[in-house]
Design a binder for this molecule. Structure first.
Ligand code: ZN
Length: 188
């Protein structure tokens, strides 16, 4: 996809979740085809930028000894360590100069799958008069799902870029889509 026609409205924003090297093939916690979201999301980012629609990108940004790591009793291998190449955004991702980065996963007492989890993002978006979030990124059944559900709870309309996300597992994808739809999110 190189060109995109979508009827952006004032109050829209794009929110791209965790398109980082460690979540792509070759990374520490690779998601199958994780890198294939880049071209799709770039089309959305470019179209949004041209339309004056704000772009937000979240990143998983863990300190050493983060509680989500298996060595600490968590679920995941060590990934997205702060300031390492694995934590960097995929090099092909278009990041407009005006884009806002949302950092999560920095706490020692718990993981933060959602970009809204104790980041203050909802407060900022409401202040910026954002009403609808168009969300894509990685992974569909973990951080995208958690972010979409929180966005709905916070009162935002949500559209999910289905072609711009990939799950950890196919079963997880099916369940995530069901939960997102049940919460009132639109699947694009
Ligand atoms: Zn993480």
């Amino acid at each position: 996809m190189t060109e995109l026609s979508f009827a952006f409205q004032p109050g829209d924003a794009i929110l791209i979740i965790d398109v980082q090297n460690d979540f792509c093939p070759g990374g520490a916690l690779p998601i199958a085809e994780g890198d294939q979201v880049v071209l799709v999301l770039n089309a959305w980012i470019d179209a949004a930028s041209q339309a004056g629609i704000p772009v937000y990108l979240s990143r998983d940004w863990h300190p050493k000894h983060h509680p989500s790591f298996t060595e600490e009793g968590g679920l995941w291998p060590v990934h997205c360590l702060q300031d390492t190449p694995g934590a960097a955004f995929h090099p092909g991702l278009h990041i407009p100069p005006e884009a806002v980065i949302v950092t999560k996963g920095t706490r020692f007492d718990q993981d933060q799958n959602s970009a809204f989890d104790q980041t203050g993002l909802a407060v900022h978006l409401h202040k910026a008069s954002i009403q609808r979030l168009i969300i894509g990124g990685l992974a569909e059944d973990v951080c995208v799902l958690a972010t979409v559900l929180d966005a709905r709870t916070e009162g935002f309309a949500v559209s999910v870029i289905v072609a711009g996300t990939r799950p950890v597992t196919p079963e997880g994808s099916a369940a995530a889509r069901q939960k997102m739809t049940a919460a009132g999110a639109e699947l694009l």
